[in-house]
Design a protein around this ligand. Structure first.
Ligand SMILES: [Fe+2]
Length: 426
């Protein structure tokens, strides 16, 4: 049994397992439906994977980790796919370089959809005939892995279409409330010992396990995310020209990349626009800012005389307010696929934008890396990355948890990354 799964979670009925499997697998294909075949293949940056690759890789995950190990006499759909669609599992053999994923023009989209249908049928019969406990646990992991790739599909599609000179629309714009954002307030948290990490009965990744205590000094956190309008204030005050606001690495990053705004922002006829999945639109100043790097989040906080939360402060604050994900949270199921202004009573801790924390991505004290290939899932990335919390407007709702730890390098900003301010109470 891999460390990711608790035994009690694999006792779902066959019908429920099959239904959940089918629904999650279908959601990935549905995300790609508005795309042309050409959209499925390009790789405009090394960190962006082509949508076709995501569709194939998430399928390979089921084939490699479940079918080939649990289905007697299983015949691979195509032996070469192990090389083409393995992502980073050294223990699963050699693979196409990440930077070359956009060169895989063959197999085409139709063949990849056939591959998905083949694997889905095979997993379906496995579920029908009764799945050994360990295989059921891997299927659950495979479904959460699929949902991680659904978020990546949205962000990679945004990067692909957002770097097309025509700025194509992915979906019709949602109705936008242009009401001014409500004033922010700060919420106090007492000094004390707080429990951190997952201790529920459901699924969680290995990096959330090992519930432990941390001591936190008293702090306060802003009761909503920073808006585009507030970030514009930083830009107009010369934030990108003032070295004193930036970490040394951040200042180098600003100069090397000539950074002067969040990703996807364009100044046209003296007005700021940003690319959204609904095309190039005027910046909505009430909505939370997204697509900022850790360096930008940190510099903005310094400009305001505040700081970012640590991941422990974030989890303590969120756990104090919620036991489960609130229904109003802006996750992918809301179909906005962009951030929306905070309404009264919405602290935006969950949904809208992943919040950069000032915590390095490190193992918890009782972290145990899974054995075998799945030990490569999270543990080997625990260096030089920062933790983000809370999920975004393109995260599947039922994939999210309060203890969920996302992580990216500090310069990366093609995810829906945002800013929340905090300060110590002295
Ligand atoms: Fe993956």
């Amino acid at each position: 049994m891999p460390e990711f799964i608790r035994e009690e979670n694999v006792s779902l009925s066959k019908a429920a397992q099959t239904g959940r499997y089918s629904a999650i697998r279908k959601a990935s294909v549905d995300i790609c439906k508005p795309l042309s075949h050409e959209d499925h293949v390009v790789q405009p940056a090394a960190f962006v994977s082509p949508p076709k690759w995501h569709l194939a890789h998430s399928t390979w995950f089921f084939e490699h980790f479940i079918l080939s190990k649990n289905k007697k006499g299983y015949k691979a759909f195509n032996e070469s796919y192990n090389y083409l669609f393995n992502s980073y599992y050294d223990s699963a053999g050699s693979r196409v370089l990440r930077t070359d994923r956009g060169n895989i023009t063959r197999p085409g989209v139709e063949e990849i959809l056939q591959y998905r249908a083949y694997v889905d049928e095979q997993v379906g019969t496995l579920l029908e005939t009764g799945v050994p406990e360990e295989a059921a646990a891997f299927i659950e992991l495979g479904l959460h892995h699929e949902q991680q790739h659904q978020e990546l599909l949205y962000t990679d599609i945004k990067y692909i279409l957002g770097h097309n000179p025509l700025f194509p629309q992915y979906h019709a714009p949602a109705l936008r409330a242009e009401t001014p954002v409500r004033p922010a307030a700060f919420i106090d948290m007492n000094e004390g010992i707080y429990g951190i990490g997952y201790d529920g009965d459901g699924f969680c990744f290995d990096n959330e396990k090992g519930r432990h205590k941390v001591f936190l000094h008293a702090f306060r956190f802003m009761d909503r995310l920073i808006t585009n309008g507030e970030y514009l204030g930083f830009m107009e005050d010369g934030g990108y020209d003032n070295a004193l606001l930036w970490l040394a690495e951040g200042w180098d990053w600003v100069k090397q990349n000539r950074a002067a705004s969040p990703l996807y922002w364009y100044k046209i006829d003296n007005n700021w626009y940003n690319y959204s999945l609904s095309g190039l639109l005027k910046v909505n100043e009430s909505a939370p800012v997204t697509h900022v790097s850790y360096y930008e989040a940190d510099a903005f906080a310094r400009w305001k005389g505040k700081r970012l939360l640590t991941e422990f402060e974030w989890e303590a604050a969120c756990s104090a307010r919620y036991r489960e994900i609130p229904s109003h949270s802006n996750f992918a199921d809301k179909r906005a696929l962009s951030t929306s202004a905070a309404h009264e009573g919405d602290d935006q801790l969950l949904g809208n934008a992943w919040e950069w924390t000032s915590s390095a991505y490190l193992p918890y004290p009782y972290y145990k890396q899974a054995t075998g290939a799945l030990g490569e899932y999270n543990g080997k990335f625990m260096v030089n990355q920062m933790v983000l919390r809370g999920g975004s407007c393109v995260t599947p709702r039922d994939h999210m948890r309060i203890t969920y730890r996302n992580f990216f390098h500090p310069d990366e900003r093609w995810q829906f990354t945002g800013i929340r301010l905090a300060e110590s109470i002295v």
